[in-house]
Ligand binder design. Structure first.
Ligand code: C6P
Length: 420
């Protein structure tokens, strides 16, 4: 997914996905906002839902609603079957060795907090180091700061270059016998950088550290293979994968998960309970206390099957074409500064426009029906690194079109005129 500098806007790839057909799967994409056709370029914040997901959630609620793992009645058995089947979809999606290694969580944030509080809190000692890249989302920083406060461990930042790539030499020199955990975002939500996770994991393992990968932005856009990455934990969010909110996946190695204590107690995660002591259920139930997000998990299963149906080769090729065109056209607008120009990038374009605050830009674009995000993107250390308070961010999905990028660019020119 390397970016090539090009003078004229790149053309469609030779074997594109049938974008118009795909768009018909997403009812919201044919709606209007402020009287204009919606141009949804805020996919890094959340993806839109295809009919397959909407229907799976509807069916779960309208036809199969019952609690899971508890009832002997027919509805409960149906709900349990539908819910449990998603575990295998998720296992295959991540290419995890075993289904019991996939824990259903609320999202990336909860997945990382689980690892910090269960693995980190019980293994970290005073003076141990947690290395995090400077481009981490707050959800892969703050849980570690909290556990560092609880254990006496120290959080250290791995520098990034002016292009927004991990400084691998600096990373190598930070790694050492004190390093116990390395946290790395697979694809940065603020910069679009695709990180060399496999290489970083290899180096971390040589130092004896475990690697926690934030896959929130990677899972919707690229085939994830936790075995090829070699990492120890991988977290992602259903809503960014075109599934429902309130559900996500945490994958971890069996030997680590088995040794970790539960982080929440309650129903469904126990083997036996008495006032003299409790024994816990095996994986994955040990980490899934209480009634889960049943319809949401079922909806996530539909999202995974939908993505598999399109295929990440087609998704990657199309999103790369979108990124190339957007990069060429947006960077040609006078006053634009791109923030994040890594050689390996996904479909995220962060930028500033001279004389126009990103929030004002977002408002002007919104009047044209164009949805982007403006702000620090929950990645304030990235903003500090690049000396900005905020950026405007357009983020693409496989259902976006070249015309939508042209609408974004027209909006940038209009904003320049308004603020001239
Ligand atoms: N980024 C964005 O607009 P949750 O909220 O748990 O689903 O995902 C958190 C998260 C973690 N890591 C990365 C790299 C992310 O991008 C996000 C969510 C959204 O960029 C909302 S801040």
């Amino acid at each position: 997914m390397a970016l090539a500098a090009s003078a004229s806007p790149p053309r469609r790839p030779a074997a594109p996905l049938d974008v118009e057909a795909v768009r018909r799967d997403f009812p919201i994409l044919s709606t209007r906002v402020n009287g204009k056709p919606l141009v949804y370029l805020d996919n890094a914040a959340t993806g839109q839902r295809p009919l397959a997901v909407i229907e799976a959630v509807r069916r779960s609620m309208a036809e199969q609603n019952a609690n899971v793992h508890r009832g002997v009645h027919t509805l409960s058995e149906q709900a349990t079957l539908a819910y449990d089947a998603v575990r295998e979809d998720a296992r295959a999606f991540l290419n995890a060795p075993a289904g019991h290694e996939v824990i259903f969580v609320r999202g990336t944030t909860e997945g990382i907090n689980l690892v910090a509080q269960s693995y980190g809190r019980t293994t970290l000692r005073p003076g141990d180091e947690i290395l995090l890249t400077t481009m981490e989302h707050h959800s892969n920083i703050v849980p570690w700061q909290i556990v560092a406060g609880q254990t006496g461990a120290v959080v250290r930042a791995i520098p990034i270059t002016d292009a927004g790539e991990v400084d691998l030499d600096a990373y190598r020199s930070l790694l050492g016998p004190r390093t116990k955990i390395v946290g790395v975002v697979h694809i940065s939500n603020a910069l679009g950088t695709i990180n060399p996770v496999a290489e970083m994991t290899r180096l971390a393992h040589e130092a004896g550290a475990v690697v926690v990968v934030d896959g929130a932005q990677a899972a919707p856009h690229t085939a994830v293979d936790v075995q090829a990455l070699g990492c120890d934990f991988y977290a992602c969010s259903g809503h960014k994968m075109f599934g429902p909110t309130g559900v996500g996946l945490l994958w971890g190695r069996t030997e680590l998960l088995d040794a970790m204590p539960p982080w929440q107690g309650g129903g469904d995660m126990i083997h036996t309970v008495s006032f003299t002591g409790t024994t816990f259920a095996p994986l994955p139930a040990k980490f899934e206390a209480g009634t889960p997000a049943i319809a949401e998990v079922i909806g996530l299963g539909a999202a995974i099957r939908y993505l598999r149906g399109i295929g990440f080769d087609a998704i990657g090729a199309w999103e790369h074409a979108l990124l190339e065109r957007a990069t060429a056209l947006v960077s040609a607008v006078p006053g634009v500064r791109l923030v994040g120009t890594a050689r390996q990038k996904a479909g995220v374009l962060s930028f500033t426009l001279a004389g126009v605050h990103p929030h004002d830009l977002g408002t002007i674009l919104d009047a044209d029906g164009v949805a982007i995000r403006a702000g620090h993107h929950c990645a304030q250390p990235v903003m500090d690194r690049f000396g900005v308070h905020a950026t405007a961010r357009a983020s693409f999905a496989f259902y976006n079109t070249f015309d939508e990028i042209d609408a974004l660019v027209r909006g940038l020119h209009r904003a320049r005129e308004v603020f001239a």
